[in-house]
Design a protein around this ligand. Sequence first.
Ligand SMILES: Cc1cc2nc3c(=O)[nH]c(=O)nc-3n(C[C@H](O)[C@H](O)[C@H](O)COP(=O)(O)OP(=O)(O)OC[C@H]3O[C@@H](n4cnc5c(N)ncnc54)[C@H](O)[C@@H]3O)c2cc1C
Length: 304
Amino acid sequence: MQNYDAIILGGGLAGISCALELIHEHQTNFMLLESSRQLGGQLPLIKFTIRDLGGAFYKNGQELLDSVNYSVEKFAVPYKTNVAITRVDLSKKQVFTSAGDFEARTIVIATGLRTRLLEVKAQANLLQEIIYWVEGREEDVWNTNVTVIGGGDYATIEALGAAQHGSKVTLVNRGPLRARPDLIEDTKNNPNMTLLLGYEVSAIKGSQNIESVEVTNQKSGEVIAIPTNRLVVKIGSMPNTELFKDELSLGSGGYITVGKDMQTAIPGVYAIGDVTDARYLRLGTAVGGGVTAANELLRRYVRA
Ligand SMILES: Cc1cc2nc3c(=O)[nH]c(=O)nc-3n(C[C@H](O)[C@H](O)[C@H](O)COP(=O)(O)OP(=O)(O)OC[C@H]3O[C@@H](n4cnc5c(N)ncnc54)[C@H](O)[C@@H]3O)c2cc1C
């Protein structure tokens, strides 16, 4: 077992902010473990200007990530990428991974969230055509037949965006719309939009490309085939908390509950960023959580 003051799980903005705060305390012996091939988490998905991070201004998430990577290298933040975590024992502060086993005084969970994928049987090439992020490829959903799945703000915004650019849009949701009232109003009044509520996707049809989406009414069983060239799915996200569910009682939606010091119910185990609370999925809260957790774990467990 390799011994550390802190192990950070996840190298998105929350985990990296925590690491950059810890690096200033020169004696701190910590390691950041990231499961994917690069640091940054969701940052490369942000294709528009970032203007809500405490006055900082970035052209897009990649520009912010370039700056983050510069700091990570300049301050020699210790990290490993491509690490598969097989098991954690939070009470003993042990982490078992493809890159060896780690033990620490504290653990910081910064594993973020992932997009919820549509669960439907279809040919692999058709499933690959599903658009989960319209950002950066808006023109793909203009002037064509678009089916949007979902009933929240993001689904209605994408549906309205496509309808305003000449597309014939069908918005499908299994329940009522949960979006902001103004978005629901706009959706109902848009002549290019058809609403199918109480329907669930039962099949995606086509050969080379998506040609139609079949939806089934949950009460009557009625099946409707919607001619579709672009299928946009916005059905939310899921926190990456499966590894911790046996030891931490997770809140609604599977998010980790923390106190204002970012500590979980297990002393010495912290959680930060998007994995903690679905209400504040922001860059600012990721950074703030990372800084708070770093200072708290130093004060309570490292310097003590
Ligand atoms: C398209 C888009 C646009 C956005 N625009 C904005 C915006 O303009 N302003 C704003 O404030 N916010 C915006 N956000 C939200 C913001 O990007 C997130 O709130 C923030 O990046 C969350 O950071 P995080 O570190 O908590 O999580 P993530 O970025 O999700 O990082 C988590 C990391 O943990 C890794 N991981 C997962 N499981 C494990 C494991 N078991 N072991 C090790 N590593 C693991 C993941 O690979 C990932 O790298 C946007 C998000 C998206 C998707």
